[in-house]
Design a protein around this ligand. Structure first.
Ligand code: FPP
Length: 247
C-alpha cells in the first residue's frame, strides 16, 4: 500500500546517477571509492523501488562517452559491475526482478558481458520489476541504430517510408516493450540530459537534485517521488481538459 502523498507513482523511473567522483574527492578519497559507494545506492534504490511497486527502473550506469575516461577507471567500473551482478543475482531472483540491459553491449569486456547475459537469462521470468541497466548507451546512437534498421527494411521492401510512424520507431529502440519514463532523476546538480533516453523522454518529468549519487538513498528517493506525485502532467492539453478526464 503506497501512501497518498506518493500517488501516482511513476510506472517507469529513470535515473542519471551522477556525482560519484566528486562525492569521493570531496572526502579526500579516490573516485573508485565513490563508485563503490554508488553501487550501495544502486542496491538500496533498486530494493526501495521494488518494495514500492514501481514497475520499471532504468539506471544510466555507463554512457557511450564514458569509454573516454582513463583506462583504469573504465576497467574498475566494469569489474564493479560484474561483482555487483554476481552478488545481487540471488536477491533479484528472490524478489522477482528481471534484469535487462540497453546499449552497445558488445563493447563490454567479455567477463562482464558473460555475467550480464547469465543474470538476464536467469531472471527473465521476474515479473515484479524490470531493472534496466544502460551500458555503453547513448540516446543519439540508439536513434541512429533504429534509423538504420528501418532504412534496411525499407530498402528490402519490407516497409514503405510512409508506414514509418512514431510507434514503429519506438519498436526499434532498445527500450521496445517498456513504458516511456514518467520521471527522470539526475543527481549531483547538473541540469542536463547527457544523451540519455532522448527519444523516450519527450513527455518525461525531470527532477534535479544537488545530492550526489552515493548520498542518494531511500529518503531522497521518497522526496523525489512526492515531488512527482504533486505535479500535473498535461501532455500538451490544458489543465481543464486534464481535470475533466481524471474526474
Ligand atoms: C557518475 O559519477 C557515475 C558513473 C559514470 C557510473 C555509475 C556507476 C555506479 C553508480 C556504480 C556501479 C553501478 C552499478 C549498476 C553497480 P561520476 O564519476 O561522473 O561523478 P563526477 O561527475 O562527480 O565525476
Amino acid at each position: 500500500m503506497v501512501a497518498d502523498c506518493l500517488s501516482p507513482l511513476p510506472r517507469h523511473l529513470a535515473i542519471i546517477m551522477d556525482g560519484n567522483g566528486r562525492w569521493a574527492q570531496g572526502r579526500g578519497m579516490g573516485r573508485l571509492v565513490g563508485h563503490n559507494a554508488g553501487a550501495e545506492s544502486v542496491r538500496e534504490i533498486v530494493e526501495a523501488c521494488r518494495e514500492l511497486g514501481i514497475a520499471a527502473l532504468t539506471l544510466y550506469a555507463f554512457s557511450e562517452e564514458n569509454w573516454l575516461r582513463p583506462r583504469a577507471e573504465v576497467r574498475a567500473l566494469m569489474a564493479l559491475l560484474k561483482r555487483f551482478l554476481q552478488k545481487e543475482r540471488a536477491l533479484m531472483l528472490k524478489q522477482g526482478i528481471r534484469l535487462n540491459a540497453i546499449g552497445e553491449l558488445t563493447r563490454l569486456p567479455n567477463g562482464t558481458l558473460e555475467v550480464l547475459k547469465k543474470v538476464m537469462e536467469d531472471t527473465r521470468e521476474g515479473s515484479a520489476m524490470t531493472l534496466t541497466l544502460a551500458l555503453s548507451y547513448g540516446g543519439r546512437q540508439e536513434i541512429v541504430r533504429a534509423a538504420r534498421m528501418l532504412a534496411a527494411k525499407t530498402l528490402s521492401g519490407i516497409i514503405e517510408p510512409a508506414n514509418i510512424t512514431e510507434e514503429l520507431m519506438a519498436s526499434h529502440m532498445y527500450t521496445a516493450g517498456l513504458p516511456e519514463p514518467d520521471l527522470l532523476i539526475r543527481t549531483s546538480g547538473e541540469l542536463r540530459i547527457s544523451n540519455f533516453l532522448l527519444w523516450q523522454s519527450a513527455y518525461t518529468e525531470f527532477y534535479f537534485t544537488p545530492t550526489p549519487w552515493p548520498a542518494f538513498r531511500k529518503p531522497e528517493l521518497m522526496e523525489a517521488l512526492r515531488d512527482f506525485a504533486a505535479r500535473e502532467r498535461r501532455f500538451g492539453k490544458t489543465g481543464e481538459q486534464v481535470e475533466k478526464v481524471s474526474n
